[in-house]
Design a binder for this molecule. Structure first.
Ligand code: ATP
Length: 353
């Protein structure tokens, strides 16, 4: 597979504030990546540096193997073959949909009309060319913005919070649709979001950022099931970290009893750890005999999210289908169902996962 994007030790500072700190990653052509993290973690700055609107203070940006920013080069944005979709979409209100899309094409380009029609078909809006942006729904406007960014056939499409101005229903549906469009056309794309659901629905690889640093660049599955740091574990999905002691390979003593599951051999016996326990790792048995108690429950539609209190005082989360509702105060037996253990050493060393 050809390499589409590579960041090497990318660092960007504003005065003495480091917005992007030594970020390295690689993306293969035709894949979708995502930078995910809380507000201010440096996602947008990283994206703007790839596009060429910011200059790195250290490190390099390579697009299709060519250095576009770094010690050896500083290629201006218009010569990077990068397409950009902004949060506010930035469509021209006085231009028709067709003219908005054609705006991205070189003047006098042959097959201009055909290319606009092709792009409208790609984004699922055939025949919408003569309409104006204000005639379209938020989701349709977003597709026009994507078609415009794709018009000049960029090597990579960069999207900054592309769903944030849309209503909740569309935010559920559009990431999946957009993934289908990009995959069908074999387009490499990197998006920025603070929303984990969007990141997981869209991307092949997601990078979780914190304080300018990239904590983990991995598949959505690994971020959820094998997070590299407590920050990633907390930012991606729900869960608690239960104190424990490693007794033997794959066995950890906790307040929940002996937890067993596959663990790499580099987690030595006797080590004090925190064990990641996700709500889907915990099965409830409301036998009235159990020692855990339902402290709170939140209805989420398909399931309830229960907060349970263990006799020693620790709390656990559990998800259970909402057709069996257990009242607050119910005594339950808690059955852990972990196929592997994610252990964070208490001395701050790297996770054993
Ligand atoms: P958000 O989701 O809120 O957009 P973000 O993760 O995209 O956040 P950035 O916009 O990249 O974060 O900002 C990273 C840090 O750099 C923040 O602390 C921000 O205040 C700072 N910053 C961003 N742009 C500038 C600028 N032009 N001048 C000075 N500081 C800036």
């Amino acid at each position: 597979m050809a390499e589409a994007l590579r960041l090497e030790g990318l660092t960007v500072r504003y005065g003495d504030h480091t917005a992007v700190a030594d970020v390295s990653l690689e993306m293969e052509a035709g894949t979708i990546g995502c930078l995910l993290g809380p507000s201010g973690c440096g996602k947008t700055t990283a994206l703007r540096t790839i596009a060429g609107f910011e200059r790195p203070d250290a490190g390099r940006v390579l697009l299709q193997g060519r250095e576009v920013a770094g010690p050896a080069a500083s290629i201006p944005p218009e010569h990077r073959r990068v397409g950009m979709v902004f949060q506010d979409l930035a469509l021209f209100p006085h231009l028709s949909v067709a003219d908005n899309i054609a705006f991205g094409l070189p003047r006098g380009a042959a097959r201009r009309r055909e290319r606009v029609d092709e792009l409208l078909a790609l984004v699922g809006l055939p025949g919408a060319g003569p309409r104006y942006p204000h005639h379209l729904s938020g989701g349709q406007q977003q597709r026009v913005a994507i078609a415009r960014a794709l018009a000049p056939e960029p090597a990579i499409l960069l999207l900054d919070e592309p769903f944030s101005s849309l209503d909740v229903a569309l935010r559920e549906q559009l990431p999946r649709e957009l993934r289908g469009i990009l995959q069908a056309a074999g387009i490499t794309a990197l998006l920025v979001t603070h929303d984990q659901t969007e990141a997981f629905a869209m991307a092949d690889r997601v990078g979780v950022m914190s304080g300018g640093a990239l904590c983990q660049w991995d598949t959505p599955y690994n971020l959820y099931h094998r997070p590299a740091t407590p920050f990633v574990a907390d930012f991606v999905g729900l869960g608690v970290r239960l104190p424990g002691t490693v007794l033997a390979h794959g066995k950890v003593e906790t307040e929940l009893g002996l937890l067993e599951g596959a663990v790499p051999s580099d987690c030595p016996m006797g080590r004090q750890v925190d064990v990641l326990v996700r709500p889907d790792d915990i099965i409830l048995d409301p036998d009235g005999q159990g020692t855990a108690q339902v402290e709170e429950r939140v209805f989420r539609g398909a399931d309830y999210l229960y907060t349970l209190r263990l006799p020693g005082g620790s709390r656990l989360l559990s998800l259970a289908p909402s057709h069996n509702a257990y009242a607050v105060g119910t005594r339950v037996t808690v059955r852990p169902d972990l196929d592997h253990l994610v252990l964070f050493p208490r001395d701050g060393g790297p996770a054993c996962a």
